[in-house]
Ligand binder design. Structure first.
Ligand SMILES: [Zn+2]
Length: 56
C-alpha cells in the first residue's frame, strides 16, 4: 500500500528532524549521523524512536 502522496514531504525524523524517505516498506531517516529506519504498519508510518530500527 503506497503512502499518501505528499505525506513524506511533511514527515521528519523525530530524533534529528531530518527528512525521511520511503524504502522497502520502511521510512529511512536521511540524517547523516542518524539513519534510523521506522516501520510502516497497515500503511501508517510509526515515527517513534523506540520503534525504530538502528542502522547496521
Ligand atoms: Zn534521524
Amino acid at each position: 500500500m503506497p503512502l499518501e502522496a505528499g505525506l513524506l514531504e511533511i514527515l521528519a525524523c523525530p530524533a534529528c528532524h531530518a527528512p525521511i524517505k520511503e524504502q522497502e516498506a520502511e521510512l529511512i531517516c536521511t540524517g547523516q549521523d542518524c539513519g534510523l529506519a521506522y516501520p510502516v504498519r497497515d500503511g501508517i508510518p510509526v515515527l517513534l524512536v523506540d520503534e525504530a530500527r538502528r542502522p547496521a
